[in-house]
Design a protein around this ligand. Sequence first.
Ligand code: PLP
Length: 383
Amino acid sequence: MIQAERLLKLPPYLFEEIDRRIQKAREEGIDVISFGIGDPDLPTPAHIVNACIEAAKKPENHRYPSSKGTQGFREAVAGRIKSDYGVELDPGSEVTSLIGSKEGVHNIHMAFVNPGDVVLYPNPGYPVYQISPGFCGGRAVPMPLSEENGFLPDLSKIPSDVAKKARIIWLNYPNNPTTATAEKSFYSEAMDFAVENDIILCSDEAYSAIAFDGYKPPSLIEIDGVMEHGIVFNSLSKTYNMTGWRIGYAVGCSDVVSGLVKLKGNVDSGAPQFIQDAGAVALNSSQECVAENIRVYAERRDTLVKGLRSLGFDVEAPKATFYLWMKIPSGDSMDFATNLLKTGVVVTPGVGFGEYGEGYVRFALTQPVERINEALERMESVV
Ligand code: PLP
């Protein structure tokens, strides 16, 4: 069967190649320690699982949900935003549920990008920003993230003719994969750029809750202009170890939210209501479970940073996210990752997140401390 051109045009998926290599290593009997995928190894907290079990018993939850989400879930999202950032939202028009934030990150393009429109995206970055614009005839234009710039895009380097054609600009802080964070002043600068060029400013804040040493990442939702030009995507996946549940949300400008909801109404029927009920419990309850997660990640981060430094690597302790972004001493990132895999240690080559990620590898802190120490011992033999 010949696939549609939009699929045939997709670049080869590097992560599939990495999976193939991991599979091969396992078949050869190698005990694999994977720092590859950003999928928490910790379980979803019990109070959320229990809420789901109770919600699944209710017959009203066995019927079609709405794409926009239940009133209870949208109110819980608005409540969390109010507690975290002091911003009041109308759960009726400024909030929608998502079937995981990836769904929204993709569908926002389908709702707002016309053929020929430009989408500005960070590179290295979460691959969906680069791929989805092509599905609606748009053109994804990279904004390089470099160490010299604190891994923030230099908006002044975007040519004005490109900016004029842009429909969407993506920001993602705390950032995957570089772990960089952005301050309010940067969000304001990005908002000015979006207003000047009449662009939708999309902020993907999937890692907003995972921050260390008392640091609290700001949000686009706090910035003037967001209710006219911006939308924030967030997720319960990383905050509450719920990647498998597929539940997220978007908040912001009501016109943008309603465009996304209109699109969703034509392609999906929303997240299951018992998942939304459990999600509402997660958002409304004490956030001590999140603080506990952070303590676990902090210990892993410190163990890995210390160990990598003692092996001679140049690595900084991240302020947020559960990743570590490490510069490799020489060569390309795919070779570095392939070499490490010989010892059973899996890291993601930076080039997998775009060409500007070359020269780095990413570790996900999704292994317990003992396995991190074991991985460090094994790495000693290859460095
Ligand atoms: N955005 C970023 C930056 C991510 O890294 C991920 C997942 O890894 C997502 C969005 C999607 O998360 P989910 O669809 O589980 O909400």
